[in-house]
Design a protein around this ligand. Structure first.
Ligand code: ZN
Length: 339
């Protein structure tokens, strides 16, 4: 049976943070913030369950940003020393903190929020962590002097964190690596090694989410520069297929990624993105089913999980809710067909 899941992030309610904004500041603080994050996560878990999503997530309600949410609890990073950095190969400039010493986790980062979510759903639960390469592309380095070395240092911390989350009953741990289709040579030289270090010893499902990013303007401009076919994955999928990661995601809704590239991932489970995150138009269930059907030419249903192209965080909340419903309904259509 084809299962359904989400890539990760979902919009924050307007009372929790400024809507339709990435890196939005919290509107609450202290104990009120923790309560607000929990209420928001509960609302999204219920919404995902009602939409028929099988593997649910907290929608990243407990973090401001998918990378810095993890880094905030890491020692060796100077948050006063912000550096302007052209990230994802200079696609956009971001103000990032600086690594000034050996990195060390000061304690569990996501344990409390995962424990809370685990207690409130009987569905399978996905936890997301930033991948080591993407961390290194979202932080300035004034200590390690080598990206592969810094990536390995972060991967060790991610591994400690992931083992704790697994012990709390998480079913899938996904590493978000949007840097993987920007630095294709590095992926093969050290990116997958770093990912392997991050999943070392895990027995739960592991996933890597690679993508062409949120539907923000700088990403739209970048995608427009990539030509009529996006073949970046062709360069890294053979290495990913050889890797020990269980699941690989790719965007298939309104995407210029040739679906035949899925065929390279012949030994992997494939998260097929069937919801466009760069458009406010809500897919119909028939459209979702059609996207999955087209992907099914290259991956059999038993290795396919229906997913969103990327996180839904920057979308209006009601649009994200409707897109989740369309995803669930579209998969239900396909299941009937296959039954
Ligand atoms: Zn993404």
């Amino acid at each position: 049976m084809i299962e359904t899941t989400v890539a990760g992030s979902l919009p924050k309610p307007a009372w929790l943070a400024e809507p339709e904004t990435l890196w939005a500041a919290w509107k609450l603080d202290g104990k009120g913030l923790v309560e607000g994050q929990r209420d928001a996560a509960l609302a999204w878990i219920k919404m995902q369950e009602d939409a028929g999503i099988d593997i649910v997530s907290d929608g990243e309600q407990f973090r401001r940003h998918f990378v810095h949410g993890f880094l905030e609890s890491v020692e060796g990073i100077d948050w006063q020393r912000m550096t302007t950095m052209g990230i994802r190969d200079n696609r956009y400039d971001a103000q990032v903190p600086t690594v000034t010493g050996k990195v060390r986790r000061t304690g569990p980062v996501h344990s409390a929020s995962v424990q809370f979510c685990r207690a409130h759903t009987s569905r399978k639960l996905k936890a997301t962590l930033p991948g080591p390469m993407t961390i290194c592309d979202t932080i300035a380095d004034a200590y390690y002097g080598s990206r592969p070395e810094m990536a390995m240092a972060f991967a060790a911390l991610l591994n400690d964190e992931a083992k704790e989350l697994e012990a709390l009953g998480v079913d899938v741990i996904q590493f978000d690596e949007p840097a993987f289709n920007v630095f294709m040579k590095d992926v093969k030289e050290w990116g997958i090694d770093a990912l392997h270090r991050a999943i070392d010893g895990l027995t739960c499902k592991t996933a890597v989410h690679i993508c062409y990013g949120y539907g923000i303007q700088s990403n739209i401009d970048w995608k427009n520069s990539l030509g009529s076919q996006w073949r970046q994955y062709e360069e890294i999928f053979p290495a990913l297929n050889e890797s020990r990661i269980d699941q690989v995601s790719l965007e298939c809704a309104n995407s210029k990624v040739p679906l035949s590239l899925i065929g390279i991932l012949k030994d992997k489970e494939v998260l097929v993105g069937a919801i466009d995150v760069a458009s406010l138009a809500v897919e119909t269930p028939e459209q979702v089913a059609a996207t999955l059907r087209a992907a099914a030419e290259f991956v059999p249903p038993e290795r396919m999980t229906a997913c969103t192209n990327c996180g839904l965080a920057p979308l209006p909340r009601s649009v994200a809710e409707d897109k989740l419903k369309a995803l669930g309904a579209g998969v239900a259509l396909l299941r009937q067909e296959l039954a």
